[in-house]
Design a protein around this ligand. Structure first.
Ligand code: EPZ
Length: 420
C-alpha cells in the first residue's frame, strides 16, 4: 500500500501530455471479442489499473492479449474458451459489465458477476439487463451472478428511462451482430460513446447517430480486426486544468480535444482563468488570480460531467465567496468533502448539494482517498494547502490516472509516492 506526500503552495508551470481515455478504452477492449477474423490493435492506451484488470479478465476467458512496451495492446479472441467474468475480478472494476453485451451477441452466452455498488452509489445495471432481455436474451440472476443466454439477439427499439453511458455501450456492442435493426432512444452522448461507435464501424458495424440521443444500428454478419487509437481523456484534461487554477499557475495541456471539455473551460473562465486553445491543446493562466466561486450542476453529456464535480469542489474551497455544487448523477459522490474539511475547507452538505464558503488558506493533513475522482480532488487541495498532505489508499487514483505524480512533478509540484 502506498501513499502520496504533497508539500503545497507551489504554482504549477509548464506542459503536460494527456493519456488515452480510460472510459473509451475499457469498452473497446471488451468489444474485441466480437471480431470473426484478425486481431484488434489498440493504441494510445493509458497505463491504468483498470486496463490491466480488463486484460486479466479477457485473458481468463482465453482471449490472446499481448502488450508492447508502448502499451499498444493486441487482442485475438479466436482462442476464447469461456464466457465467464468472476466476482473476484468484477468486484475491483464495475465496468467488467461491458463484456456482457459482446459475449451474448457473439457467443449467445455469458456469466458475469453482478458488479455491486461502489463508494459513489449503488450503481444498478437493470437498464442493461432489461434492454438485452428485450433483444431476446434470457437472463437469470442467482448467487450474485448474471447468467444470460440467447440463440440470437434480435434488433429492436430500446428506450432508456435514464441516460446510461455503459448501458448505451453494452447495447451498442450487442446490436452490431444482432438480427435486424436496433434503435437506442435517450442514448448517452458522451465522447467515449462516439469513439466506441467509430471503432465498431471501422470493424465493419453499421452505426449512425452516435453522439446524439438516438443511435441506429443495422446488424451485420461479421466484424473484422482493426488497429485503432483511443481518444484523449477529457477528465484527466479537466483535472490538470484545475491543478493549474488552484495553485495560481500557468500550464498547457497537450494531446487533448478542447471541444470535449467546453463546460469545464467555461466554468474555469468564470473562476477567473485566462484560457486559450488550439486544435489539440489548452493553455490556462491563473497567475496571481484568486479563484472566484463557481456554481455547477452535474448532468449527462454535454452538461457538466459528474467526474469533474470533486475537482471543481476543490477549487471552490479557496475561492473568494460562496458556491453551490449540485450532484444529479450519483447519490453519494461527496465522500471527498469530509476529507477536505480536515484541511480547513468550509463545506456544508444539504441533500445532493455542497455549499462551500471559500477560505484564505487550507492546511495540509493526512487524508484518505475513497473513490477515483475524490482521490484526484484531494491531490488538488493538497497542492494548494500550506504544509504537507499525506493521501492514503491511493490505489483508487491508479485506477484512472496515468502516472499522475510524475506528470505533476514535471509541472513543478512537490509530490512523491512512498510505501505506507
Ligand atoms: C460511466 O459509468 C463512467 N464509467 C463513470 O465514470 C461516469 O461517472 C458515469 O458514466 C457518468 O458519466 C465508465 O464509463 C466505465 P451511468 P456508468 O450508467 O455507465 C444510474 C469514472 O470516474 N443507472 O451513466 O456506470 C446510475 O446509478 C467513472 O471514470 C441505473 O439506475 O454510469 C447513475 O445514477 C465513475 N440503472 C446514472 O444512472 C442502470 O442500469 C448514470 O449512470 C444504469 C445506471
Amino acid at each position: 500500500m502506498d501513499k502520496l506526500i504533497i508539500n503545497g503552495m507551489v504554482p504549477l508551470n509548464g506542459e503536460v501530455a494527456i493519456s488515452g481515455a480510460k472510459n473509451a478504452v475499457l469498452p473497446m477492449l471488451c468489444a474485441s471479442v466480437l471480431v470473426d477474423s484478425g486481431s484488434v490493435v489498440l493504441k494510445n492506451i493509458p497505463h491504468l489499473h483498470d486496463v490491466t484488470t480488463t486484460v486479466r479478465l479477457l485473458r481468463s476467458m482465453g482471449v490472446s492479449v499481448t502488450l508492447d512496451d508502448n502499451m499498444n495492446i493486441e487482442l485475438d479472441p479466436s482462442t476464447i474458451k469461456n464466457f465467464y467474468a468472476p466476482y473476484d475480478l468484477v468486484k475491483t472494476m464495475r465496468s467488467s459489465i461491458l463484456v456482457l453485451g459482446p459475449l451474448l451477441s457473439k457467443f449467445g452466452q455469458a456469466k458475469v458477476s453482478l458488479p455491486g455498488g461502489c463508494a459513489i452509489g449503488t450503481r444498478p445495471v437493470e437498464m442493461h439487463l432489461d434492454a438485452l432481455t428485450r433483444m431476446g436474451a434470457s437472463i437469470k440472476i442467482e448467487n450474485g451472478y448474471i447468467t444470460a443466454t440467447t440463440t440470437k439477439l434480435v434488433g429492436t427499439n430500446i428506450n432508456f428511462p435514464k441516460s446510461t453511458v455503459t448501458g448505451t455501450e453494452n447495447i451498442l456492442m450487442a446490436s452490431t451482430l444482432a438480427e435486424g435493426n436496433t434503435i437506442i432512444y435517450n442514448a448517452a452522448r458522451e465522447p467515449e460513446v462516439v469513439d466506441l461507435g467509430n471503432f465498431l464501424n471501422e470493424m465493419g458495424a453499421s452505426i449512425t447517430g452516435h453522439g446524439t440521443d438516438t443511435i441506429k444500428i443495422k446488424g451485420v454478419s461479421e466484424l473484422k480486426g482493426i488497429s485503432y487509437s483511443a481518444l484523449p481523456d477529457r477528465i484527466e484534461t479537466g483535472t490538470f486544468l484545475v491543478a493549474a487554477a488552484i495553485t495560481g499557475g500557468k500550464i498547457t495541456v497537450k494531446n487533448t480535444i478542447p471541444e470535449h471539455v467546453e463546460t469545464i473551460i467555461q466554468k474555469l473562465k468564470e473562476s477567473g482563468a485566462k484560457i486559450s486553445s488550439s486544435k489539440t491543446s489548452i493553455t490556462l493562466d491563473m497567475k496571481g488570480v484568486k479563484p472566484k466561486p463557481v456554481n455547477i450542476e452535474t448532468g449527462a453529456y454535454p452538461l457538466f460531467p459528474t467526474d469533474m464535480q470533486a475537482q471543481i469542489t476543490a477549487l471552490n474551497t479557496i475561492a473568494d465567496g460562496i458556491s453551490i455544487i449540485k450532484e444529479n448523477i450519483f447519490e453519494n459522490r461527496f465522500m471527498h468533502v469530509q476529507e477536505m474539511t480536515r484541511m480547513g475547507a468550509e463545506i456544508r452538505l444539504e441533500k445532493n448539494c455542497a455549499i462551500i464558503s471559500g477560505v484564505d488558506n487550507l492546511v495540509g493533513a493526512p487524508v484518505m482517498a475513497t473513490d477515483l475522482r475524490a482521490s484526484a480532488s484531494l491531490i488538488l487541495v493538497g497542492l494548494a494547502a500550506k504544509g504537507t498532505t499525506e493521501i492514503e489508499r491511493i490505489y483508487h487514483i491508479d485506477r484512472g490516472y496515468d502516472c499522475i505524480e510524475e506528470k505533476l512533478r514535471q509541472l513543478g509540484a512537490d509530490i512523491s509516492r512512498e510505501p505506507m
